[in-house]
Design a protein around this ligand. Structure first.
Ligand SMILES: [Zn+2]
Length: 971
């Protein structure tokens, strides 16, 4: 049994003592610089974080073994407001928070009072996370650590913002932002429950009227106004009549408050239930048609205005709801304030023609998917399909006035602008999806005055970002388009707020730069912070000129020394260190950061630096599920990383997080998985111990079976290499464990009886040693502690962490040896099948090998196939030119016919190989394997050629023998 704790401690101490992962510039070696998003320390890490960081560590270790001078640093992101809210809750001793701290996070109760400031709380968790990263064995250069509230870091961020402002990328103005009314702050992804990005849409509010009263129907599809059959209001929700900018509007009570946030003048006159308005009629401003207001419990008063127009022809929800209402009103007329006949005559009005769908696309899809209930989950899918299909392929019909013939995409904008121009519509910003601030309050949209923005909407800037994305390595490859999409929709982003930890805007110090804006180019800062710390300057010495020289090479060290007082040697050294490690080769992160952080990183780099220093690669991974479900506090299934290392061991945990899925897929973790990985590694270790203790010195000669094993090893190394190239870790681990060990098990069975001979023993020891040596190196990035231990026991100098990653040795690839062994393997499998099917306990197994003339015909057939195609007639004619063949008037055509299919199906590589190999002495091959076959089946084994005069062939099977497929009789 492996004592994981001792093993981990031993190697972590050794690495630390040797400063193995502290990386300085080395002009002799190519560099590889990779980073991973630094943690926001407001909780301990769980194994979900562990996957992203472990993958980065595996990548770092792999590149080291490929001979690179690898830098992998880590720091702490303190910026933002969430810690403030947590500190408040802690001070109040909020029972839920205290319970989480004590019981889930294991913080001692007496420690709580030390965590009552945002910085002390962040520091506590940063230390906890750091401890975990060391325990799991990450190969981090800890000398470069910092926090984002360090004075030096603030000087760096001030410089970043000065650069952006000089380039004109900072703007100020009024923009809609996600906003928490309770916290009084703009809200970004990090501030919301579930880390959801607040995405804002502009709704069109179409003014349906009753007299002078406006019912502003909120829609994302203004072009469907021609197809409205009725209005939906929620009878149970509260609505208000209010003066909005001088007009009388009916909207939900929530909407009145939101309109105010959005800068409208709102005066509420009265409040009442929606039920009061049901049955009234309104005028459609586009068509002049009168339409009824109908009840709809599905209308969400929190979404936009709470007034919804019904377009059953193009909105599956509306069609299903209308049909359902027709049925219910007919069955129970007293329950409704309108005449059922008024409803039953409402028919869908189609205004968009869509190829591939019927008259009314929504009706079509609802019938196709058999949806009859408005609560059906399929409705969402149907809606998405119709929305997208009509947007890309729909055309306005003859009943849409001046828009006839326009495509939907164009009509949408034209209808909207025309309605607004005539005073028949307004607009309203609203969140696409409702989300909550971490404080629990519903996030709203606020028009923010004089807010500072980074203008990611700048077209020229977007062009640079697209160029960068186009050139960079993105793994997995299929995500490149996702980045392009983000660049397309990205707009100006609020970059500062009035509260929280962080750096103040240099030109407007009442603003604090927010978390997604001060975390975009800090990879550059890692390269120099160690040197700055050594020099210990005062923060104010780190001026714009200082950063300009070390990051951009602007100015001279002499001038910078004169201006800052920092010695020019130091300034030169920092510039050199940055220049050595930059550009960044790989950025790792979870997939959820594509729409913000990862794309912002590209933008800001492209703004500050020239093309040669742009980021070179992005590596993205999915999340971790716990036994198939998402990990969350509410599910109570979060697995803290430190606890998991203690329970399962660092190496078993690391390999568990890597083996279940390729990076993009969600990985499924379970304690059973971790235990089975522990078993896998125990087994691996046990075999390694045996190989080491049985090591034989001295001369040996390799036989076919040894060559077979060494050749198979090359093929697994090749698989692992190919997979690692795209960081397909699952495939790599499979190649290095299950696939390789499958072949090794076969090999050991085949040579089990050879060990009686001293020379064979030495050959086998050589083969096993070679396999182990390669396997250790392939597994070292994944299970570094165990691999270091075995590496040392094998007598190697230095860490396996710096040993070369195995490469394929072309001289050891022996396709012919592999092809021959396939014959033995197939024979073994065939016998096993026969005994299994018949239940015979064999006393003798007879193998019959094919006659020479069969080999000759095969050779002909393969030659024909190689030239183009096999022709049976030509093949037989050709065969009968041979004297010996002519004596077999029946057998030759019969055998030739069976060959046609075989040869046609033969892979090109096999065909080529078999043609080169020519005649194979199968009799000798099986004789060589005789001891193995005897042992395998516990009986006698005989081999004879199918025409041998001494043949024992009681069942007349011998004539069935084919090249590469001896005939078998089990007696
Ligand atoms: Zn809040």
């Amino acid at each position: 049994m492996v004592d994981w704790k001792t093993l981990e401690k031993k190697w972590q101490t050794r690495w630390a003592e040797a400063a193995a992962f502290e990386t300085d510039p080395d002009p002799e070696k190519p560099k590889y610089y990779l980073t991973v998003a630094y943690p926001y320390p407001n909780s301990p890490q769980h194994i979900g974080h562990g996957r992203t960081y472990t993958l980065t560590d595996v990548h770092a270790r792999y590149m080291r073994m490929r001979g690179y001078n690898v830098l992998f640093p880590m720091a702490w992101h303190f910026t933002g407001t969430p810690l403030f809210a947590m500190v408040e809750r802690l001070k109040e001793r909020d029972p839920a928070l205290v319970d989480t701290f004590l019981n889930l996070y294991g913080i001692p109760e007496k420690k709580l009072k030390d965590l009552e400031t945002p910085v002390s709380m962040a520091t506590y968790f940063a230390n906890e996370i750091k401890g975990g990263m060391k325990k799991i064995g990450y190969s981090i250069d800890w000398r470069r650590t910092f926090t984002t509230v360090d004075p030096y870091y603030s000087k760096f961020i001030e410089w970043q913002f000065a650069k952006l402002r000089q380039k004109g990328y900072i703007t100020q103005g009024s923009h809609p932002v996600g906003w928490c009314p309770h916290c009084g702050n703009p809200v970004g992804q990090h501030d919301t429950i579930g880390d959801k990005e607040p995405e804002i849409e502009e709704f069109t509010l179409i003014k349906f009227r009753k007299g002078d009263t406006v019912f502003p129907a909120a829609t994302l599809r203004p072009e469907t106004v021609y197809g409205v059959t009725n209005m939906w209001l929620n009878p149970d929700a509260m609505y208000v009549e209010a003066d909005v900018d001088g007009e009388t509007w009916i909207v939900s009570a929530e909407a009145a408050r939101k309109l105010e946030m959005l800068g409208h003048k709102v005066q509420v006159a009265s409040e009442f239930q929606g039920a009061r308005l049901i049955g009234q009629t309104l005028t459609n401003p586009a068509t002049g048609r009168e339409i009824p207001i109908l009840p709809a419990p599905f209308v969400n008063p929190k979404n936009a205005t709470g007034v919804v127009m019904s377009v059953p022809s193009h909105a599956p929800f509306d069609y299903v709801a209308l049909e359902q209402l027709k049925r219910e009103a007919k069955a129970n007329p007293e329950a409704y304030k309108f005449k059922p006949s008024d409803v039953s005559k409402l028919e869908p009005i189609s205004v968009i023609e869509l190829p591939g769908y019927g008259e009314s696309p929504a009706v079509d899809i609802v019938n196709r998917m058999r949806i009859t209930d408005q609560n059906s989950p399929d409705l969402e899918k149907a809606t998405k399909e119709i929305y997208s299909a009509e947007y890309h392929g729909g055309q306005m019909r003859g009943n849409t006035g001046q828009y006839v013939g326009l495509n939907v995409q164009a009509a949408k904008e034209a209808v909207k602008q025309d309605l607004i121009a005539r005073g028949n519509a307004a607009t309203m910003y609203e969140l696409i999806e409702q989300i909550q601030c971490r404080c629990g309050t519903e996030v709203v949209v606020k028009i923010f005055e004089n807010q500072w923005f980074i203008n990611y909407g700048d077209e020229a800037w977007k062009k640079l970002a697209r160029e960068n994305i186009d050139q960079m390595e993105i793994v997995p490859r299929e995500l490149r388009q996702e980045f392009f999409n983000v660049v397309d929709w990205l707009k100006a982003k609020a970059c500062a707020r009035k509260a929280g930890l962080g750096t103040r805007l240099p030109w407007a110090p009442d603003w604090i730069i927010e978390a997604l804006s001060d975390s975009t180019i800090y990879m550059a800062y890692y390269t120099v912070i160690k040197g700055i710390n050594e020099a210990k300057p005062k923060p104010e010495q780190l001026t714009e000129a200082f950063w300009d020289y070390i990051f951009l090479g602007i100015g001279t060290p002499v001038k910078v020394e004169a201006a800052t007082g920092i010695p020019m040697e130091k300034i030169e050294e920092l510039h050199d260190e940055f220049s050595y490690f930059y550009p960044l080769d790989a950025r790792h992160s979870g997939r959820d950061l594509i729409p913000n952080h990862l794309t912002f990183m590209i933008f800001i780099h492209d703004a500050v630096w020239g093309r040669e220093l742009w980021p070179q690669g992005i590596f993205v991974n999915g999340s971790v599920l716990m036994e198939g479900t998402k990990m969350s506090k509410s599910m109570n299934n979060i697995v803290p990383l430190v606890g998991a290392v203690d329970r399962f061991g660092a190496d078993p945990l690391r390999i568990s997080l890597m083996i279940t899925a390729e990076p993009l897929k969600d990985a499924d973790f379970s304690p059973d998985l971790a235990k089975s990985m522990m078993g896998l590694l125990e087994g691996f270790n046990a075999r390694a111990q045996r190989i080491i203790s049985e090591k034989q010195e001295g001369a040996y000669e390799l036989q076919e079976i040894d060559l077979w094993m060494l050749s198979r090893l090359q093929s697994h190394i090749s698989d692992a290499n190919e997979a690692m190239h795209e960081l397909k870790v699952r495939k790599t681990i499979h190649a290095a464990t299950y696939d390789l060990e499958g072949d090794l098990d076969w090999y050991l069975k085949r040579v089990a009886y050879d060990r009686e001979h001293q020379e064979r023993k030495r050959a086998i020891s050589h083969v096993e040693w070679t396999v182990l040596d390669a396997q250790i190196r392939m597994l070292a990035p994944f299970t570094p502690h165990l691999c270091e231990e075995i590496w040392e026991q094998m007598g190697n100098e230095g860490f396996v962490a710096f040993a070369p990653w195995p490469e394929v040795d072309g001289a050891l690839i022996r396709e012919d040896a592999e092809e021959l062994e396939t014959i033995v393997k197939t024979c073994t499998e065939d016998v096993a099948n026969i005994t299994k099917v018949t239940g015979i306990k064999p006393s003798t197994i007879h193998f019959y090998t094919a006659d020479n003339w069969k080999w000759k015909i095969l050779e002909k057939a393969m030659e024909m196939q190689a030239k183009g195609s096999v022709d049976i007639g030509a093949m037989i004619r050709e065969a009968f030119k041979d004297e010996e063949m002519r004596t077999k008037q029946k057998e030759v055509p019969a055998y030739a016919r069976t060959l046609v299919d075989d040869v046609k199906k033969m892979p090109e590589r096999t065909l080529k190989l078999r043609r080169e190999m020519g005649f194979v002495n199968e009799t000798r091959l099986i004789q060589d394997a005789e001891r193995f076959l005897r042992a395998e089946f516990g009986c006698d084994v005989t081999v004879s050629g199918e025409s041998d005069p001494w043949i024992e062939d009681p069942a007349k099977r011998a004539s069935r023998a084919k090249p590469y497929r001896p005939a078998i009789y089990v007696a």
